[in-house]
Design a protein around this ligand. Sequence first.
Ligand code: ADP
Ligand code: ADP
Length: 233
Amino acid sequence: RLATSICDVRKEYVLKSETVRALRGVSFDVPEGDFVAIMGPSGSGKSTLLNLLGCLDKPTAGHLLLGEDDISSMSDDELAEIRSRRIGFVFQSYNLIQQLTVVENIQVPLYYQGRLGSEERRRATDLASTVGLGDRLDHRPNQLSGGQQQRVAIARSLVNDPYFILADEPTGNLDSKTTEEILTLFDRLNGEGRTIIMVTHEDEVARRAKRVVRLKDGLLRSDTTNDEADRQL
Ligand code: ADP
Ligand code: ADP
């Protein structure tokens, strides 16, 4: 798990009659162990940046380094490989498979690699306990609360020991008490050395990160460290 570097990244979308410059030269580093919130108004480039960090797309120009891998120069197959093995995704809508149990959902990223053995099941079971679902192993998503479902998604994001957790509005569907529980879990995982990159539009959520990067009009507008005292309840 090494640093991520975003170096003068530009992203343009070519539509029929115009070119949309979604990112216009954005640079910042995410060291191992950081916890970054990405904010910005609608249209500022957050989703575009998230897609690049998630290896779903490549920059038009500039470099995006995940450790020693420069995703800017990778083939689509190499990107897919990194995406499935090295990045942990957490979404607003959890994206769990309804037919699978908690443990099976956590194992999903391993299925894609053909890893189905008892060792994998043990790893998924351990992760379920890590996120507080040790007594819900064989439940299905519709038997769980939203917060519990998001815990499953967080456990799933960790199963490959990713470079970082990439969370897109992870508390967007949760009430404030459950949001607090999820942020406490992120804080604990970050304290254990996990790197977290989270897009949010909520100040109270961003406040709980170590650092806030703000985009505006495809540019980095500010990059600030959160006061340690403000990060507490
Ligand atoms: P945000 O997530 O902050 O709302 P986006 O990254 O979605 O911002 O969008 C940045 C800009 O790029 C906007 O002007 C948006 O309309 C445009 N954009 C985003 N995705 C595409 C796309 N696939 N094709 C064309 N334009 C896009
Ligand atoms: P959000 O930022 O809330 O996640 P989206 O990323 O879906 O929302 O869209 C942000 C902006 O990008 C919107 O204005 C949307 O119209 C535009 N956009 C997204 N995808 C495309 C696309 N494929 N083509 C053109 N514009 C797009």
